[in-house]
Design a protein around this ligand. Structure first.
Ligand code: KG4
Ligand code: ZN
Length: 389
């Protein structure tokens, strides 16, 4: 089988990315233009600004990915693009450009689910390291700003199938990091700064009750476990759902009841007056109470993610664990999974930090099995903001 070079394009949220990947197993180039600095003043992603920035960045980012790979538009074998889930306007930029390229160059076009991309980030890097014999079944935790999903992944021939066995009922874990950072005046995105501040606090200082999942599923477009099982008659598989809006509210209550608002405002103003605030600036403006709260919050989220994922791993008797998505960059999460999975004798794999957060290499990698089975996108396919895997 000759090598296939796939150009991947990703624009589902606040990163415009393009990459060239060889045969789903080697990153030849990987370019990511982040919009974080632009959304930072708003404390989160502003969809209209994201679309506009994607429009600005897409052509130079694709050009750079091709030139770093020493490829031309005509030397690639196929074009892959994220179809969803994500922001509709942002997705449309990548899709329109990918369609135009595929049409003009007469190359096959492959539509990829972003969540499948995160799973293939792990597979791509394991193959790149020469690890070709992963044991099945695989349980994959995809944990990011928009998702906290558990999938059982199986490979049959060239194609992959995924069974969702858990998802968040409300906020995603990354969303909780972002919202807590925002309410503490720690900027955007919240995950990386909380990750670095947490070792300076005491994770036992604040007790958060474990998440109780009693309410109905609040995620639009997702099904509750009962409905989900009803969709697959005859199947009564256990579910391992998550919930992170309670802990966010608990942090807010803690801030209020411990009269921390004035300190938060002071920090917000102090950091806003620094042109490009660095980690040290945030650290210098955090008192012990804030650091303890941040450390306890991170510990609670990490323990919950690892606890539920390992419970699912035991219930489904899985052979391998993947932990992927932006929150998989978290250092305490990696340590906890490494330790707890080792205790259970289950190997756990993460992508490198660069491929944990959004990128296009994972999109090109997920497209490779579809390239082999000629599963190409019709010319009239469109963005699917709430796309499921
Ligand atoms: O996968 P990603 O880049 O985009 C989505 O698909 O959502 O994930 C972004 C999320 C954000 O919520 C960000 O705060 C979180 O990943 N994140 C982290 C870390 N780095 C990024 N969360 C915890 N610790 C980190 N080191
Ligand atoms: Zn993502």
């Amino acid at each position: 089988m000759p090598s296939a070079y796939i150009l991947g394009i990703e624009s589902s949220c606040d990163e415009t990315a393009a990459a060239v990947v060889r045969s789903g197993e080697q990153v030849v180039s990987n370019v990511v233009a982040s919009q974080i600095a632009m959304h930072q003043p708003y404390g989160g992603v502003v969809p209209e600004l994201a679309s506009r920035e994607h429009l600005r960045a897409i052509v130079p980012v694709v050009r750079q990915a091709l030139s770093e790979a020493k490829h031309t538009y005509s030397s690639i074998d196929a074009i892959a693009v994220t179809q969803g889930p994500g922001l509709a306007g942002a997705l449309m930029v990548g899709i329109s450009y990918a369609k135009a390229l595929a049409f003009a160059l007469d190359k096959p076009l492959i539509a990829v689910n972003h969540l499948e991309g995160h799973i293939h980030a792990v597979l791509l890097e394991e193959r790149q390291k020469g690890n070709h014999d992963l044991q099945f079944p695989v349980l994959a935790l995809v944990v990011s700003g928009g998702h906290t999903h558990l999938y059982l992944a199986e490979q049959e021939g060239d194609s992959w199938t995924y069974e969702n066995v858990g998802h968040t009922r409300d906020d995603a874990a990354g969303e909780a990091f972002d919202k807590v950072a925002k309410l503490l005046g720690l900027g955007y995105p919240g995950g990386p700064i909380i990750d670095r501040l947490a070792p300076h606090g005491d994770p036992r200082a604040v007790k958060f009750p474990p998440a109780q999942i009693k309410h109905r599923d609040r995620r639009a477009g997702t099904l509750s476990s009962a409905e989900d099982n009803a969709e697959r008659p005859g199947e009564d598989r256990p579910r391992f759902d998550f919930s992170y809006s309670g802990i966010k509210t608990a942090v807010l209550r803690y801030v209020e009841s411990h009269h921390m608002q004035a300190a938060v405002e002071l920090r917000r103003k102090a950091v806003a007056s620094i042109p490009k605030p660095k980690f040290e600036d945030y650290l210098a403006h955090c008192d012990k109470q804030t650091l303890d709260l941040v450390a306890s919050f991170q510990r609670a989220i990490v323990d919950d993610l690892a606890g539920r994922t390992l419970a699912a791993a035991r219930a489904f008797d899985v052979a391998t664990l993947f932990v992927t998505g932006g929150v998989a960059a978290n250092s305490e999460l990696r340590r906890t999974f490494d330790r707890n999975a080792a205790a259970e004798g289950i190997p756990v794999y993460f992508p490198s930090l660069r491929l944990s957060t959004d990128n296009a290499a994972m999109i090109a990698a997920a497209a490779y099995p579809k390239f082999l089975s000629q599963d190409f996108a019709p010319a009239d396919f469109s963005a699917e903001a709430g796309m499921r895997l």
